[in-house]
Ligand binder design. Structure first.
Ligand code: FUL
Ligand code: CA
Length: 512
């Protein structure tokens, strides 16, 4: 063996290497859930947790980062948040409705998917369902011949946007709500929506469950709903009251500082028991208390029967209400507020689902569109140039390892897998740089591992801690006061397994 080869081999052995995702999943990944056996030690449980990975559809979902919610329906015309199901369809007439305007506005804002409230709690359907008359077909809009789901799906296809469907299980209009027949009704509606409108990438099931017109509450046949979706749209994630995506637990727009995508699932979960034979396809919904402060720490995992990849989605409205109300035209969240929300959701290992409610014309209001545009400009300009792009990365004190560029190549798929749980990465910038934002990404296709990290910078010859944090996950964004330096150190202080780092960046924020 010649000398260079020997050195390369030694480097690979002692530094860890850049493995392809396929290689790692053969050796490391346990799939998107794993059983804990009573004989597993705490160490074994944590090791398992570090190797639970997203399903391909969960990974594709996470990579979207930013998605849009459109709350639109009979409430838009009655000026209410929750309709009672008794609204007259004659009031529904969005005369200037333009689904392309919705899609173009969302696309310009950087959103990758649009979820439409095809039916909210009032039961009014935005498509001409065969199973009820309480829909657009009984409205004056396009003389009852219109179909908003169709218009949106066509506009999405035209502009390369993904489509998502919100179908409220709670239905305050349906006469069969509260009986077994309602499950048939619901599955029939799901089937229409998932058959007639092309690809659907997300199905969003609301947790609100009240009484129907006859005063009864419904027992939902979740398993049947999930099986229907898996059959008709196998690539769609099922969110909130579903197995693939978890509600973050608030509607404020702010995620947790410590956000784990791997959480416990327990044997008493009603939906898990029913789905035992299908667990490998992920059709059980973990009964996670979404509102709890801590859902994924080591202590929580020790008492679990199973661990599951169940990532967090942050839903929030750009206005105080989910639906459009004219008196909220001057209450659209500011660019500054939306930036804060972005850093607190996308920047904390969540996906942001931002609601933009179309108005009675059937258009996204000018005020909302203007704020979104400005918000996007600030984000684009801030993250345009990674000031670490030409940096020299030194992993564990050994410079110029074969993978040292993997963290700054602007490609999420390439990464550096450390050979120890708590590695140090020294970053020598090409000259002094001034910045106030930092981004780190773990390669989650091998698992979410980092529990604690620290970033230091050498300022005027002295090392100072810039920021400390807990989880990183898919993406962590840090904000701090502007500094100027040419040297940084990222130290992973605690990790569940050897971390896999995909991207690192530093940026100078532009002001609004
Ligand atoms: C809640 C609903 O009750 C609200 O009306 C809204 O749709 C929100 C996204 O979810 O549970
Ligand atoms: Ca990379």
């Amino acid at each position: 063996m010649n000398k260079i080869l020997k050195i390369q081999l030694a480097l690979m052995l002692c530094l860890g290497s850049s493995m392809s995702i396929a290689q790692v999943s053969k050796t490391g990944s346990l799939g998107n859930y794993v059983e804990i056996s009573p004989s597993d030690s705490q160490e074994e449980i944590i090791n398992k947790a570090a190797r639970v990975t997203p399903s391909p559809k969960q990974l594709a979902w996470q990579k979207m980062g930013l998605t849009a919610f459109l709350h639109f329906g009979i409430n838009t015309f009655s000026n209410r948040e929750w309709g009672d199901g008794k609204e007259d369809p004659a009031n529904f007439n969005p005369e200037q409705l333009d689904a392309e305007q919705w899609v173009k506005t969302c696309k310009k804002a950087g959103m990758k998917l649009i979820i439409l409230t095809a039916k909210h709690h009032d039961g009014f359907c935005l498509w001409p369902s065969k199973y009820t008359d309480h829909s657009v077909k009984s409205s004056p809009w396009k003389n009852g011949t219109g179909d908003i789901v169709k218009e949106l799906s066509q506009a999405c296809q035209k502009h390369g946007m993904k489509l998502g469907i919100y179908l409220s299980p709670w239905d305050r209009n349906s006469q069969v709500y509260g009986t077994g027949e309602y499950n048939d009704y619901f599955v029939n509606q799901l089937t229409e929506l998932l058959t007639n409108y092309g690809d659907v990438a997300e199905v969003w099931f609301d947790g609100a469950n009240g009484e129907g017109p006859n005063g009864k509450k419904q027992v939902y046949d979740w398993q049947r709903y999930y099986t229907t979706i898996r059959k008709l749209q196998p690539d769609a994630v099922i969110a909130i009251m579903g197995p693939d995506v978890r509600w973050v637990g608030t509607e404020s727009g702010y995620g947790r500082d410590t956000e784990w995508s791997v959480v416990p699932a327990n044997t008493q979960d009603e939906n898990k028991i029913a789905a035992t034979s299908q667990q490998k396809t992920g059709t059980f919904r973990p009964e996670v208390n979404a509102m709890a402060k801590d859902i994924g720490s080591r202590e929580k995992l020790y008492s679990a029967d199973k661990l599951v990849w169940y990532p967090s989605e942050v839903d929030v409205s750009i206005r105080p209400g989910w639906f459009y109300h004219p008196d909220q035209d001057d209450k659209v969240k500011s660019v500054e507020k939306l930036l804060d929300i972005y850093y607190s959701s996308v920047g904390k290992n969540s996906l942001l689902l931002l609601n933009i409610p179309p108005d009675t014309r059937g258009l996204i209001h000018e005020n909302d569109a203007a704020i979104l545009k400005k918000w996007r400009e600030v984000l684009d300009q801030t993250f345009k140039v990674n000031l670490a792009k030409k940096a020299k990365m030194t992993f564990e004190k050994i410079p110029d390892t074969p993978n040292s560029k993997n963290l700054i190549d602007n490609n999420y798929d390439t990464y550096w897998l450390a050979n120890k749980k708590t590695p140090t990465i020294e970053i020598k910038l090409k000259g002094e740089k001034t910045f106030d934002r930092l981004m780190v990404q773990e390669q989650i296709s091998v698992g979410q591992r980092i529990e604690k990290f620290k970033v230091e910078a050498k300022i005027n010859g002295k090392w100072e801690t810039l920021s400390e944090g807990t989880t990183i996950g898919y993406k962590r964004l840090l904000r701090f006061k502007e500094i100027t330096t040419n040297e940084l150190i990222l130290t992973i202080l605690e990790s569940r397994a050897n971390p896999a780092l995909a991207e690192f960046g530093i940026y100078k924020a532009v002001s609004e």
